[in-house]
Design a protein around this ligand. Structure first.
Ligand code: GLU
Length: 378
């Protein structure tokens, strides 16, 4: 489906920040609890990627399946409350298993429980993003699952596929790897069509993919459709996706070596365009910051973050994490971005050098008013 798979594979192999999603079917042994050997095998590969200077983040499901096994349940219950209870039990084992596996490789792991809402809510978005980035800087591997006690999106439908796409946006991953029990995305359902072949590479936004992936029903929960949708979500932050069989030995290292394994769904090449689209498309502008000429120049020409010192005036009511528009002295829009401080806080620190923020606020979060990663020029 894609003429230039080898170039796309090379780009994927050079990816620096990886999100690796592992589904319940792989992380557990059908009804018999966690597959610690398989988890140790992936942790070993992830540790190797880390040693090679890449950032790695795990999105793992398996809590419900492990909890059900601990409770001695033989079939998956229909009641959401029972599934949530099972998740609360199983999460303890799941996170312990990953922790031990990474410890064997000399790495620290950290548990993060998130919901879709956490990522949609601007303040929680920024808070979770700061925590994740700090963990990565510390060389720790974040191990993420849905917080199944307070949310049920992934229990109902996605087996964490969507969550993995959203996490890829959150950390601006270069690559999302979805490990599954299939070889990748096929041209048709191989169980009903013997001529089905594996798709080596395609554009993530190719509309034909959703039709090929079907409605997910026949392929079970978190089927190919939610994986293609996750790849489309990931593409918003210029993250390409590989959907691949997780039981294949050395699968992650194969991807890192640029080998043609599974299906590569390529994101649009220009990161800025994707990010701009994402910022512009998903959020409403809540306020305006009028910048002095120096700040406008630094944003436009040097691609730097916006510091409070460059802000002359503010308009509107906005909270930390909301989208604001940056305008020049003549009122022309220069950029848009997610602001680290509320309107009230911004009013207190506008025009101040970074060294005086703590004194003005009584605390300091980020030294930037808008970090350059959250800023799109217009
Ligand atoms: N977050 C859930 C888990 O880790 C989703 C998977 C499921 O519903 O089985 O188990």
């Amino acid at each position: 489906m894609h003429a230039d798979e080898s170039r796309l594979r090379r780009t994927a192999s050079e990816s620096r920040r990886w999100v690796v999603k592992i589904g319940s079917a792989l992380a557990t042994r059908e009804g018999a609890g966690l597959n610690a050997d398989a988890i140790a095998e992936w942790a070993g590969q992830l540790a190797e990627l880390r040693r090679a200077g890449r950032d790695v983040i795990v999105v793992t499901s398996g809590a419900v399946a492990e909890g059900a096994a601990r409770l001695g349940w033989k079939v998956r219950p229909h009641s959401l409350h029972q599934l949530q209870a099972a998740a609360a039990i199983g999460q303890m084992g799941l996170v312990r298993c990953w922790e031990l596996a990474f410890k064997e490789c000399g790495l620290l792991a950290a548990q993060i429980l998130l919901t879709h809402e956490d990522i949609a809510n601007r303040e929680r978005y920024l808070n979770s993003r700061s925590t994740l980035w700090t963990l990565l800087q510390l060389g720790v591997v974040p191990v993420i699952n849905e917080n199944d006690t307070v949310a049920t999106e992934e229990i109902k439908l996605g087996d964490n596929d969507t969550l993995a796409g959203l996490v890829s946006n959150l950390v601006e991953a270069d690559l999302l790897v979805i490990l599954t029990d299939q070889d990748g995305l096929m041209t048709a359902d191989p169980r009903s069509d013997p001529t089905a072949t594996l798709i080596g590479a395609a554009e993530a936004e190719d509309p034909r993919l959703l039709a090929i992936a079907g409605d997910g029903g026949a392929w079970g929960r978190g089927g190919m459709r939610t994986k293609v949708t996750a790849a489309r979500l990931a593409a918003r932050s210029a993250t390409s996706t590989v959907i691949v069989g997780g039981r294949r030995p050395g699968v992650l290292l194969d991807i890192a070596a640029g080998r043609s394994v599974g299906t590569l769904l390529a994101a649009p090449a220009t990161k800025l365009a994707a990010r701009k689209l994402w910022l512009a498309g998903t959020l409403h502008v809540r306020g305006r910051l009028k910048l002095d000429a120096g700040a406008c120049r630094v944003l436009r020409e040097q691609g730097k973050s916006l510091l409070p010192v460059g802000v002359m005036a503010i308009e509107g009511e906005f909270e930390r994490g909301e989208l604001v528009s940056c305008i020049d002295e003549s009122g022309r829009e220069v950029a848009r971005g997610l602001v680290n401080y509320s309107a009230r806080e911004t009013a207190a620190i506008k025009g101040l050098p970074s060294s005086r923020l703590e004194e003005a606020l009584g605390y300091l979060r980020e030294p930037e008013l808008i970090h350059r990663d959250n800023l799109a020029l217009v």
